[in-house]
Design a protein around this ligand. Structure first.
Ligand SMILES: Nc1ncnc2c1ncn2[C@@H]1O[C@H](COP(=O)(O)OP(=O)(O)OP(=O)(O)O)[C@@H](O)[C@H]1O
Ligand SMILES: [Mg+2]
Length: 362
């Protein structure tokens, strides 16, 4: 049985497994699958996740889907919108199960179930929900994950026609942003690494794609009264950039993920038909400045409400994207940033799952 941290992000699903190794990131994009014409097989399974997922928890059980990178360029792809709830979303579950199945076989954690011809992998999952969704949905989220699911890879290179049974024994649901602080405050052995974080009153602004969470952490406990969240994230601004680029230059990004990928790689030039080239950095700057101003306003408001806060961490993928803009907007207000900002939650979920399972064994 594997312990894993699973962050069901609206932008991307992150997964870390027992035994170290790089975290796995799969863009949370899905498109309806079909028989593809393959001229040249992709060089990695992750570039062509083509699956059928069976799960009693899915409303549309057993449909073929393209997942992640393969769906990103597809015209019929779907990304999550403001109204989607990750605790109940079929799409997020499909991407998550695909990632869990892939990681199971890729790391050799799956066992061959002999003549039945499928692989089987069992997990205890640490995962999480936004502050505002947690109290209402943590039970239903747990129930959706726990159980037996089945993922069949179709045209995925190296995994053609492999069937993987994914069994989730337990899911331990914690809170976005708070888990990130737990990760920063502790070593892998779960010993205290940072006294100030561990014992202090810590403000957090965790900027995701569709939500921004403001848990307030006191001595590693989540404050019920002052923790809160906003239904806005970087995706809102990404969508405005996509629209603006389309209006100005007639160039349409096939998905939000595609734009995010470009921004991460700092590739701001788009090519238009013929030999036209355009730098879209000014458009990105404009909307990212707006996003940063808004976030800093929210941070100031929270800090004023709770003056006990010793330091304020701005984390999540949104913080990585907006860092220079946030610093400019913050002026003399001191904000703290962290490396690998978008992975802090998933590491935290993993550690929390680890500590829960360790306690029960003892
Ligand atoms: N290193 C980075 N540089 C630039 N942008 C990034 C970086 N990492 C993530 N992003 C972007 O920041 C946004 C938030 O990313 P993040 O991974 O935190 O979202 P998520 O966890 O999937 O979403 P949510 O928390 O709403 O479920 C996304 O639009 C993502 O593309
Ligand atoms: Mg997130």
């Amino acid at each position: 049985m594997k312990v894993a941290g699973l962050d069901l992000g609206n932008d991307s699903i992150k997964l870390v497994l027992d035994g170290g190794g790089e975290p796995l990131l799969v863009p949370n994009v899905v498109a309806p699958g079909f028989e593809r014409h393959i001229l040249q097989e992709e060089d990695q399974p992750l570039k062509a996740l083509d699956v059928i997922v069976h799960s009693p928890k899915l409303a549309k059980n057993g449909e073929r889907s393209f997942v992640g990178l393969l769906a990103m360029e597809n015209e019929d792809n779907t990304e999550l919108e403001d109204m989607d709830n990750k605790a109940l979303s079929d799409q997020s579950l499909i991407v998550a199960l695909t990632a869990l199945a892939y990681a199971g076989v890729a790391t050799g954690s799956a066992s061959q179930s002999g003549y039945q011809g499928y692989d089987e992998v069992e997990y205890v999952l640490g995962t999480g929900l936004p502050v505002r969704a947690f109290s209402r949905y943590n039970r239903s989220f747990e129930e959706r994950l726990v159980g037996e699911h089945e993922v069949t890879f179709l045209t995925t290179p190296r995994l053609r026609n492999r069937k993987v049974k994914v069994i989730v024994r337990r899911a331990i649901v914690s809170i976005e942003g708070a888990a990130a602080v737990f990760h920063m405050a502790t070593h892998d052995s779960l010993q205290i690494r940072d006294e100030e974080l561990y014992h202090g009153t810590i403000g957090v602004c965790e900027i995701g794609a569709l939500t921004t969470d403001f848990p307030l952490i006191k001595r590693m406990n989540i404050d019920n009264q002052f923790s809160t969240g906003e239904q806005i994230g970087l995706a809102h601004y990404m969508d405005m950039i996509i629209r603006e680029v389309e209006d100005q230059y007639g160039y349409r990004f096939p998905s939000r993920s595609k734009l995010a990928q470009r921004i991460k790689a700092r590739e701001f030039t788009i090519r238009r038909m013929g030999e036209g080239q355009t730098d879209i950095k000014p458009i990105v700057d404009m909307y990212f400045t707006r996003a940063a101003n808004r976030m800093v306003e929210l941070i100031k408001k929270r800090w004023k409400k709770v003056p006990d806060i010793q330091c304020f961490y701005v984390i999540g993928g949104g913080a990585a994207a907006l860092k220079p803009y946030l610093q400019a907007a913050a002026g003399s207000l001191k904000l703290r940033f962290a490396d690998e900002s978008e992975l802090l939650n998933v590491y935290g979920y993993y550690k929390l799952a680890k500590s829960k399972t360790a306690v029960q064994k003892a």
